[in-house]
Design a protein around this ligand. Structure first.
Ligand code: FES
Length: 108
């Protein structure tokens, strides 16, 4: 239920971060050292575009203030007054990566 194919695995391995649009939401799909992660594209701190950030050592670094998010659970590094980065379930079927996202998930 609600799984949307968003890109091919080969493309994600080559590009590391792919911008996708699912159920009206702007998301990122990230290749994190062998794992696939889907998250909101907007930083939960002040809405910077995380597609311009950097993935390093299991974390996504925001390009505006350089806070970083743990790609296992979305937690921001200590000291930032911000909710965690919202993550979405992913599933790989054959060569395709699928994401489960619903519009109401972004409003919580
Ligand atoms: S906008 Fe991303 S850390 Fe501030």
């Amino acid at each position: 239920m609600g799984w949307t194919p968003v890109c091919k695995l080969d493309r994600l391995r080559a590009e590391t971060v792919v911008r996708v649009h699912v159920a009206g939401l702007d998301l990122l799909v990230i290749w994190n050292d062998g794992d696939v992660v889907a998250c909101d594209r907007a930083c939960p701190h002040e809405q910077a575009d995380l597609a311009l950030g950097e993935v390093r050592a299991g974390r996504l670094f925001c390009p505006r203030h350089a806070a970083s998010f743990d790609l296992r659970n979305g937690a921001i590094n200590p000291g930032w007054p911000s909710p965690p980065l919202r993550l979405y379930p992913t599933w790989i079927t054959g060569e395709h990566i699928c994401v489960e996202a619903r519009e109401q998930q972004a409003r919580r």
